[in-house]
Ligand binder design. Structure first.
Ligand code: FMN
Length: 202
């Protein structure tokens, strides 16, 4: 560990999205608190409309990989990712929890949650996602993120018995990186200014 930076700063700088896992077993004890602490997030109005579903059952993980058509990617030369995950974490959105909360007397004068210019449930989902990824990193595993924009949502709902009143925001994978030359982080990314101090652009 670099001594000049804190434990959390180190964890954050080491984390990267990894889409290539070894086929290994890990002690599931390492994973037992991840879902619980991932949802320890602030939520708009304390609506608590973000939930996490964790899957560690190998057969269910394989069934999920099929839904994401992993075999097609493997045939194209991509490495095994979802099916070699030791655990999957689904971020579930219960949007109604927000609308119900914002109908309460203390919120009734606020802008209606259906008219929010920023849908805060996605902010909250992102917070849970980052907690989850860092908790995975803390256990010396690597994480990835997969959206469902190219996947049959119904199929995943069916496998996991998720009610249709919930929307899956995304899936976080956890596994042990199968290091290859390809997976080494490229330093060729163009540096982009993403931080500003005191005034925009400074
Ligand atoms: C909201 C969101 C959606 C993403 N969706 C996908 C996805 O569907 N498939 C995928 O392979 N990577 C997905 N990614 C990962 C990004 O493509 C990219 O790998 C990541 O930003 C790199 O982060 P890193 O530099 O910290 O490793 C997603 C990331 C985020 C934050």
């Amino acid at each position: 560990m670099n001594e000049d930076i804190t434990y959390l700063e180190n964890l954050i700088s080491n984390r990267k999205v990894v889409r290539n896992y070894k086929n290994v077993e890990v002690d599931l004890e390492k994973l037992k608190n991840i879902a619980k602490f991932s949802v320890k997030i602030p939520t708009a109005g304390f609506s608590r409309g973000i939930e996490i579903l964790q899957v560690t059952n190998k057969q269910i993980i394989k069934n999920i990989a099929k839904q994401f058509k992993e075999q097609e990617y493997i045939k194209k030369g991509m490495p095994k990712w979802i099916s070699n995950s030791v655990s999957l974490f689904f971020i579930l959105l219960n949007e109604n929890a927000y609308h119900e909360r914002y109908e309460n007397p203390d919120k009734i004068k606020s802008i209606n949650s259906k008219d929010w210019d920023i849908p805060y449930w996605y902010v909250d989902a992102g917070a849970a996602m980052m907690n989850c990824m860092l908790l995975i990193e803390e256990q010396k595993l690597q994480s990835g993120f997969m959206g469902l924009h190219n996947t049959s949502r119904n199929g995943v709902h069916e496998i996991l018995d998720i009610p249709n009143t919930y929307k899956i925001v995304g899936m976080i994978t956890a596994g042990i990186e199968n290091s290859t030359e390809m997976s080494k982080k490229s330093n060729t990314k163009i540096k982009k200014k993403l931080t500003h101090y005191e005034q925009f652009g400074k």
